[in-house]
Design a protein around this ligand. Sequence first.
Ligand SMILES: C[S@@+](CC[C@H](N)C(=O)[O-])C[C@H]1O[C@@H](n2cnc3c(N)ncnc32)[C@H](O)[C@@H]1O
Length: 365
Amino acid sequence: MTGLLANEIASIGGTDVRAAYRVVYFCASKEVAYKVHLHSRLANRICRVLKEIPAQSPTIIFDKAKKIRFHELFSERQAISIHVVAANDGSKIPNHLIGSKLREAINDCFQHHLEITPNQSARDAAIGITGYFHNKRLLVSVDTSFEGLHKRGFRVAGHPAPLSETLAAALLAVCEYDGTMSFFDPMCGSGTIAVEAAQIATHRASQIHRKKGGFGFEYLHDFDSRLWQNIQDQARAAEVPAKVKIFASDIEPQFVEIAQKTITKAQLETVVQLETKDFFNTEKPAERGLLLANIPYGLRMTGKDVSAEFLRTIGDHLKNHFKGWRCGILAPASSPLKEIGLKPQKKVPFMNGDFPVKLIIFDIY
Ligand SMILES: C[S@@+](CC[C@H](N)C(=O)[O-])C[C@H]1O[C@@H](n2cnc3c(N)ncnc32)[C@H](O)[C@@H]1O
């Protein structure tokens, strides 16, 4: 996933892009940074690194962090939330203690430079300070995304197992979907993957729905509102009518209803064609295209593992009815995937939340 994200960031204009454990580091001008926030489909959060400091003890963290010029970054009136995460090499200092040292350091900085005490509340905070502990060092950043970037603004609740939008986008990226061919999700549930595909087909920026004040960077002293407005205007002007149709269906009428509401909320009703149908009664809706299905599994959907029989019937149906199509199936990594009976072009592991899954891709000839 970080490799895909690194490619996406580089394609938007990020430089010195480096993928690491669950993070991608990059450099960007303010313009590119704003564009990454607006256009990235794969990033969950974006943080601006302020400083990396040694972190062998709480005292060292305080001494080093208080030298960060927080007062030049944001106003003392802003509520600040502090979030500490430790990489897999772990920290012996508890996260809450690292967090309280960071808050003390912010207080000290405002007192020292401006002789004022900053807002002590964390409620409804627009400023998020993140401490990422790794290898006895602490990377101190400000979260410029505000809300998680997986939020696309049109999720309708009600499906027991919706995919995250960023995972849906990653599946499409692995299948190299660029919006120029037909797309079909025959087990669409709430419609997450189909809507993501429709956004790609219409060149819609993933975060264009966010209102004024929707990003953390808008609360920083160096926010350039004119530049931000121009970038959003350019993104709106770059939207195009889809040249292909996006198809989606599900066997359960109540899920199709949720998908319909989602598609309407996303204003993609003219792009996505939806119906209630059993996958095993579907035919390819165009000569060529991409089929992607997140098949039912696990406690929230079926209460059981994916059976060999189910995978076999899926494979047979793809073989007999989807010639000329690229097909991707997302299933638990532990399921007997060989039973599909088709030779995979690619197998890509992902985590669906805490659950290991695999995307297997077949070109059907
Ligand atoms: C894991 S969910 C898909 C969730 C979806 N990706 C989302 O983001 O909401 C699997 C879906 O497959 C549907 N399904 C199960 N058997 C089916 C069949 N034979 N034909 C069509 N859909 C089926 C279920 O109703 C369920 O909505």
